[in-house]
Design a protein around this ligand. Sequence first.
Ligand code: PLP
Length: 404
Amino acid sequence: MTDGERPYGFATRAVHAGQVTDPSTGAHATAIHQTSTFVLGDVARGARLFAGDEAGYVYSRIGNPTVRAFEEKLAALEGADEAVAFASGMGAIAALCFSTLRSGDEILFLGPLYGGTRGLFHDLLGRFGVRARRVDDHELASAVSPSTRMIYVETPTNPTLQIHDLRLVSEVARTHGVLSVVDGTFATPYLTRPLEHGIDVVIHSATKYLGGHGDALGGVVLGRKELMDEIRLEGLRHAGAALSPTVASLLLRGVRTLHLRMRAHCDNARAVADASLGHPALRAVHYPGHAQHPGHAVASRQMNDFGGMVTLEFTGGRAMAAAFLESLTLFDHAVSLGDVSSLACHPASTTHQLVDEPLRLADGVTEGLVRLSVGVEDAHDLVRDVLQALAVAARKVERAPADH
Ligand SMILES: Cc1ncc(COP(=O)(O)O)c(C=O)c1O
């Protein structure tokens, strides 16, 4: 999107890209085309539409104007040729894998991964002969084997907020001719645009910051046109996790304020992380904006700010984490993230409950870990809430010894 000479800035694209004024009524807001099918006209036109020889819509699983508006907005923000929208983040990741992998192929991933993605890679794709192997960043270059087809990474990671170097991933993938994929859910295109770092494909759970209001599930895959066309034809058309037009409209509205919300999320997370640092109830505050975070230098290079997530690691185990969580008043105890309203969760008992304990601990998901999705409320209210709950947790450990 340009003004004819210069590309528009991020905020202008967030507000305007993809928006459609209805030509028949002049309605300014992009219409919700709540229809399953589209009238084809004469048989010759129907045949042309189905063959892809004429542009147009035929059936909402394959394409819908409201969903298209969301795809165009996301492509403009991410700097992608093309985007394909899905009913959820997992729908997007699954469709990407179905479209690009074959039996015998290997996915190399830099851990840790969101539990759902780990389940898809190991439990589901494993049954179809696709192998997923975790490697550390420093061994990535030497780990690529003849069967490697994809290098997959999240950054920042869920829930420990590790940072992976996108330049390293894209260089290794390019050298070996394999597909590089980044789950950018935690960063959003406002903070990091992986395609600018040479990454091939970006996926998002739009359920989180893109939608931003905790009322809609969605996902999106972005990259070069040829590959996105394949994903639309195979992963979307045949696997069928299509985004509903009504939900697309909610997501479209959410993305229009992404830049405003992300600034507030980042500022508030910084305030919460700074206020928590050094508290006697905590072993660590995981926040990539702190100089002592192991990924701080890479995050400073590849992110515009450090995001809205802060993960606290208590000196005690579950009892202490529970005392903290149950004492919070503004942060609701719930999974998910990226909502305007603050959320807190205990990954060991929820999102990572099904991961085997040794694996969970190796990923740093201890019983004393609490993940905060810091909302856009007033920073001073959030800080006060966290500090009073930390004080309760600190008293808890005096009465009961650590359980982990
Ligand atoms: C990093 C990440 N990727 C993907 C997903 C899956 O997204 P969805 O819940 O929209 O299917 C999640 C969900 O929490 C996530 O945190």
